[in-house]
Ligand binder design. Structure first.
Ligand code: PRX
Length: 637
């Protein structure tokens, strides 16, 4: 068995070297730190052609035994989840490992009573309350596959995801609170389910006490179902024995084309990777209070609110609200009140908190903070320095963690307090991760002081196995651009010190406030509006969100051409079809789009105009109608 945690920068270099030379030995030694019902016959078998990737084949486990049962003997009374509600006046909750274990068992039995079996897909659409983590873990406990959907997605998006995964059960709440907003979760689910034949049961948690319609034979209350389990008198719910390669969860994410893909993660490899990366990146020490501000609806929440911290017996703080409500000092009040030691958040949040100035920090005791983390988008130097100086007081190392829904956990990041940091840099790969930069022709670019497209050339336990129901799409998207490599979709530079800096997506994926949105998805939504003939969507730099959404829209010859009204209608359409997070920030109405003779939209030009760089648009000679560009340029917003 190998000590899970890296102990010094020297040690990191040794371990990294070993992990590249002997990856199988390395990962099997790491995996020994976890609880298995049966050990593996084979550490990894893989090819990136098909692709086919299997970790810890032959092993048997249940991830909840690692996240719950194994802590009970010595740490049963340690807080597992601390919950801060949206309204600071509402009472907060603490669940110890024992209490969490019991609640997960209870809800596991509720799911079973409602017909859920191993392998069935369960859609979870809940606010950030402890029951969200409980529902996730209960699925894992009984071997059901969870598909969590972020509370900001629309009925249509939910329906698409439920149908793609063929979910039989939905777990939701009457409503939820996010900052000043009430979110009518059950109503949204009802709208979605009109299109979903596979769902036979909806379990509804009471949260907001808003009136909801309960459909006979389909909808049941969470609380009633718990009571039934209690009267059945058997609180135990033995963990289902899972194969290492059985599916643990599906999580949908956007790509350059088509509808969001269901990224599939499996039990054994994901568990090892989530636990290993959490323990190392944050150098978690017993009794530390760890606070990740993400939502469990995104991969960051899956891996670094639920599975990673709990697998390590950590105390994870769950926050229902938003960092700037009811005031700009909300996050700092939480840090102060709970004496948070590790704060993991996103550059968007940092920039938005920074914009309120330093008054919000006045009188707040942030001295408990010893480690900081950033995730989801490139962090600009100004935000990095502010985070470092004002929040970490120059004493708390910042882990700028680069990773993706597909990678399952952190890939490139400083190890807090061990790797020397550099503003804006994700620095060095974690042990076991073999990144490389490739040029347009797929040739690896070696040496330092270079940039290219970021690929990974060796598998890691937490990587995606497929895209649900469409393996070819997985191959096409990630493994076809460069032979024998996983392509991340990100551009990257490696500086003279061999440090990595992620420069952003090189495909048609936007990153708005750390949320991944496909341009094609937004275009499809805009095009559904009756007055729209065609549209093109690009990103542009946005001071807070990182990227904003800029849409160029061609309207048909409709009689009512009230642009303001159409703009509002388009925004409504996008909100209805995807969710408010995909609403364009700017809509420019145009007569035509710059297209090549073969009919392809030249996004490069549209991007430049959206960025305000209208001086040099590059070569426009291949355009079908160069005059279009001039018109667009003049009308730029
Ligand atoms: O472009 C990269 C950016 O976010 C993308 C992944 O998005 P998602 O799957 O939603 O996962 C986000 C949380 C892990 C990446 O392809 N990204 C993520 N982390 C960083 C980043 N860009 C720069 N620096 C980061 N630290």
């Amino acid at each position: 068995m190998r000590e899970l945690k890296i102990s010094s920068f020297e040690n990191y270099k040794e371990v990294y070297d070993y992990s590249v030379k002997q990856p199988e030995k390395f990962w099997s030694e790491i995996a020994e730190n976890f609880t298995w019902r049966k050990k593996w016959d084979n550490v990894v078998s893989w090819n990136f052609r098909d692709p086919e990737i299997k970790w810890f084949e032959g092993a048997k486990l249940n991830i909840t035994e690692n996240c719950l049962d194994r802590h009970l003997e010595h740490n049963g009374d340690t807080p597992a989840i601390m919950w801060e509600p949206n309204d600071p006046e509402e009472e907060h909750r603490v669940l110890t490992y024992r209490q969490l274990h019991d609640k997960v068992c209870q809800f596991g039995n509720v799911l079973k009573n409602n017909g859920v079996k191993k392998g069935d897909r369960v859609c979870i659409y809940l606010p950030m309350v402890p029951e969200l983590a409980i529902a996730v873990l209960a699925c894992a406990r009984i071997g059901a596959v969870h598909s969590v959907i972020f509370g900001g997605f629309s009925a249509q998006s939910i329906a698409d995801r439920i149908n793609d995964a063929d979910c039989s059960v939905v777990v939701t709440a009457d409503g939820g609170f996010r900052g000043p907003k009430d979110i009518p979760l059950k109503e949204v689910i009802d709208d979605a389910l009109v299109q979903c034949r596979s769902v036979s049961r909806v379990i509804v948690l009471t949260r907001s006490r808003t009136a909801v319609s309960m459909i006979k034979g389909r909808d049941v209350w969470w609380e009633d179902e718990i009571k039934k389990v209690e009267t059945q008198g058997n609180p135990d719910c033995p963990p289902e024995e899972m194969d290492a390669e059985d599916v643990l969860f599906i999580l949908y994410t956007s790509g350059s084309t088509g509808k969001p893909k269901g990224i599939v993660h499996t039990c054994g490899g994901y568990m090892v990777f989530a636990g290993y990366t959490f323990a190392n990146v944050f150098q978690y020490q017993p009794e530390e209070i760890y606070f990740c501000t993400a939502d469990i609806g995104w991969i960051t929440g899956h891996t670094y609110i639920v599975y990673g911290p709990l697998s390590q017996g950590a105390t994870t703080l769950l926050f229902e609200g938003v960092p700037t409500w009811p005031g700009p000092d909300r996050l700092w009040n939480i840090v102060d009140e709970y004496k948070v030691n590790i704060l993991y958040t996103a550059p968007t949040a940092i920039r938005s908190l920074m914009s309120f100035g330093n008054e919000a920090l006045q009188g707040k005791d942030l001295s408990s903070i010893t480690k900081l983390g950033s995730v989801g988008e490139p962090i600009n130097e100004e935000a990095w320095h502010w985070f470092n100086e004002k929040i970490g007081k120059g004493q708390a190392p910042i882990a700028d963690t680069w990773w993706q829904t597909e990678t399952g956990g952190v890939m490139i990041s400083p190890i807090a307090g061990i790797t020397p940091t550099k503003p804006g840099y994700a620095t060095l790969p974690l042990p076991g991760i073999q990144p490389c930069l490739v040029d347009e022709n797929g040739r690896e670019i070696t040496g330092n002081g270079v940039s290219g497209n970021l690929c990974i050339k060796y598998p890691w336990p937490g990587m995606l196995r497929t895209t649900y129901g469409d393996h070819e799409r997985c191959r096409q998207t990630y493994f076809s651009a460069y032979p024998d490599m996983y392509f991340t979709g990100d551009g990257c530079l490696r500086d003279e010190d061999g440090y990595y800096k992620i420069t952003g997506r090189v495909d048609d994926v936007l990153n708005v406030s750390g949320h991944r949105i496909g341009t094609a998805e937004v275009e499809n939504a805009i095009n559904m509006h009756a007055d729209v003939v065609e549209s093109a969507v690009v990103g542009y730099p946005h001071a807070i969100k990182g990227q904003g959404i800029y849409a160029y829209v061609i309207l048909g010859n409709s009689t009512h051409n009230d642009k303001e009204l159409v703009t509002k209608d388009i925004l409504k359409t996008v909100t209805r079809l995807i969710g408010a997070i995909a609403k364009p920030d700017k809509i420019q109405f145009v007569a035509g789009l710059p297209k090549t003779r073969s009919g392809k939209i030249m996004r490069r030009i549209l991007r430049k105009i959206a960025e305000g760089e209208t001086g040099n648009l590059g070569d426009t000679s291949t355009l079908l109608d160069p005059a279009v560009v001039e018109e667009i340029r003049q009308g730029a917003l």
